[in-house]
Ligand binder design. Sequence first.
Ligand code: NAD
Ligand code: MG
Length: 398
Amino acid sequence: MAVSGLVVLGATGSIGLSTLDVAARHPQRFRIVALTARADVEGMARLCARHRPAYAVMAEEAAAARLRDSLTTAGVAEVEVLAGSRALEEVAALPEADVVMAGIVGAAGLLPTLAAVRAGKRVLLANKEALVMAGPVFIEAVRRHGARLLPVDSEHNAVYQCLPPDSEPGTPPPGVRRIILTASGGPFRRTPLEALEAVTPEQAVAHPNWVMGRKISVDSATMMNKGLEIIEARWLFGLPPEAIEVVIHPQSIVHSMVEYEDGSLLAQLGQPDMRTPIAHALAWPERVPSGVEPLDLVSVGRLDFERPDPERFPCLGLARRALAAGGTAPAVLNAANEVAVEAFLAGSARFTDIPRVIAAALEDVPPVAARDLDTVLAEDRRAREAAEAVLARLRGTA
Ligand code: NAD
Ligand code: MG
């Protein structure tokens, strides 16, 4: 079997660590070519000592200098340390890289992920924000450069597994009536509505079923995560928004479903552990062990499904509205959400301010046609400024 060169963008994060865990179980299949992170020098030094990549990239220059020192002290000589956002794009496109895990969180992942796409790699997409921001541009690049796009987000990976083999990215699969994305409902599914205003970041990131990075954990609590995933599904599978439904499934065992014209409903089930979709995408079209325990349905006992409450989860409606508005509206939605979530995590905004900030940013930055990447990035910046201004107003400082 040929060894594949693997690049892990966002190696120190939750997705990155799970990817390296799976890859390390299959050294005959994967050689680690490059690892990247923003600023976590200790985390990266540990990963370099363990996986011995040819390149390690820190997005921040100062962090790269500290990593070089740390690796020299530890006697890890063979790793070349690079710095900056251009280096992220360069390692994503290295000739010795066959597979690229897009595991950076947020808009920062867009350019490195697109660099992998444009180099025609097998791209494992966890970074849903990239597709939300630039869906049509992204899918067009996948087609043009012959990249292989494999969804890692558990819902989209589940849908992909339930679709006919070799479905074209962005093209409606034959015979499919709709897809049903499942959502856990997060930690506040039963919290009294009037208590939501005072919930803390610690409560918001304490997800009942999944262990994830802080940003996506807050997104799960607001259900903006599912809103972003509706948009992600729209571009990945080419289905109209009305053919993408969301149901709350508190056990997180059914990871999503595909409904066919004949009434068949296909589902993918498994433990809530990202190593399953990661292993699926890494080894596709083969199947390899992921380290995940088999699912014991008898001990799960029951599977419940309910409709999301639009009043409790206004972010779902905002995401649908942005998708319907089209053009750069999803990029604005995403940018405003990133700003609002960061402020909430920093203690400078309330949980209930998150949808307020996003709604106001969507008003203040009307959509334009998302013709190219520069337009998308410019509107992303405008939306961030608008969101900061709304936050300042809410704090009463403007
Ligand atoms: P995380 O916060 O745990 O890790 C993020 C990684 O990105 C880190 O390695 C960090 O160093 C890097 N990073 C952050 N900002 C950066 C920047 N400005 N420039 C370069 N690198 C940067 O996040 P995560 O939970 O692993 O999520 C990663 C992506 O995967 C997100 O888009 C998320 O929505 C998606 N995702 C995650 C899960 C999960 O279970 N964690 C599930 C589905 C989808
Ligand atoms: Mg998901």
